[in-house]
Design a protein around this ligand. Structure first.
Ligand SMILES: [Zn+2]
Ligand SMILES: [Zn+2]
Length: 344
């Protein structure tokens, strides 16, 4: 089969012909119909993250049709439309057994530790395959597996309750999902902070109050709009120390800041002013859980979460096109998200 693979860190991905992956008795073999191109893939290609093997097929946002099921599989049948939870956990370690499989000590992420979905086929444990209803396209289903799922997990980490106010810093793919999901979870006001006009407009279409951080100080604006109270939950989706600081400073009493954007740069805050005095919390949020995905897919099916704007471009399983999109992501020039789509 065709697979677009990372053969060397820092080099463009290349087309390779590889065998269709073997699937065991508890696995499904899935014919890939869509694979999202994610910012993480640009980091992987650049060699900024250790990979589990080399060469490796990238792609962790995957949906498709079940081609074959193993003898012990009862949850899905051949022909089913599915999307795939990208973390394969052991189900046996301390973290798996306590319901926190994202910390599985031997977790394997497709497209990072083992071969992923920039290919014609992928084999996965059947428990990682979640049924994808007809109402959701393969392309949208694929993107639900990463950004939207991570947004839902972050809101759950922030314990968003009905009647609360939420600020979302950065309304790209992650942030746009977060805006909609926050409202679905009962937030009465959601502030969307970004410096890009088109993103702010989209966020307003989903009911957010836009704050253009290129024109005013986002923290001051949020304090003003909330009558000096600040927000209950603020999410940081960008990964910059300056926006992390703003996220924390936009909180009110008992507020929760959830940090999702990746950064390794130390963060400086005034503990009394921002945390102690408000009994505020700063919470890390990483990935999401398998158990959150059926809920998320159902929200998308009911259009509580509209993902029709998420997919900005579809491309084919072609190394040049994929490398081009990864180049765009490196330069931050990309609009929301490109997805590799393979025809029926
Ligand atoms: Zn992703
Ligand atoms: Zn485990």
């Amino acid at each position: 089969m065709k697979a677009i693979r990372m053969v060397e860190p820092g080099k463009p991905l290349a087309l390779q012909h590889v065998p269709i992956p073997p699937a065991g008795e508890e696995d499904v073999l899935v014919r890939v119909r869509a694979a999202g191109i994610c910012h993480s893939d640009a980091h992987y290609r650049a060699g900024r993250s250790g990979m589990g093997m080399m060469p490796i097929t990238l792609g962790h946002e995957v949906s498709g049709e079940v081609e074959w099921v193993g003898a012990k599989v009862i949850s899905v049948k051949a022909g089913a439309r599915v999307c795939l939870h990208y973390n394969i956990s052991c189900e046996d370690c301390y973290y798996c057994r306590t319901g926190n499989e994202q910390f599985c000590t031997t977790v394997k992420m497709i497209g990072h530790h083992i071969d992923g979905g920039y290919a014609e086929y992928i084999a996965m444990p059947a428990r990682n395959a979640i049924l994808l209803p007809e109402e959701i396209s393969f392309a949208e289903g694929a993107t639900l597996m990463c950004a939207s799922a991570t947004a839902l997990h972050a809101l759950r980490r922030g314990r968003v309750k009905e009647g609360e106010t939420v600020a979302v810093f950065g309304v790209g793919g992650l942030g746009l999902s977060a805006v909609q999901l926050a409202r679905a979870l009962g937030a009465v006001e959601v502030y969307a902070v970004d410096i890009k006009q088109d993103k702010l407009e989209l966020a307003s279409e989903y009911g957010a109050i836009p704050i253009d951080a290129s024109r005013s100080d986002a923290t001051e604006e949020i304090q003003k709009l909330t009558g000096g109270k600040g927000v209950d939950v603020a999410l940081e989706m960008i990964g910059l120390p300056v926006t992390m600081k703003q996220t924390i400073e936009s909180l009110g009493v008992l507020g929760r800041a959830v940090i999702v954007g990746l950064s390794q740069i130390p963060l400086e805050i005034n503990p009394y002013q921002t945390l102690i005095g408000y009994e505020a919390e700063v919470i890390g949020s990483n990935d999401h859980l398998l158990q959150e995905l059926p809920v998320l897919i159902d929200m998308a099916r009911r259009k509580v979460l509209d993902t029709s704007h998420v997919v900005s471009q579809t491309i084919s399983l072609d190394a040049d096109q994929i490398n081009q999109r990864l180049d765009d992501l490196e330069l931050y020039t990309s609009d929301v998200r490109a997805v590799i789509v393979q025809p029926d």
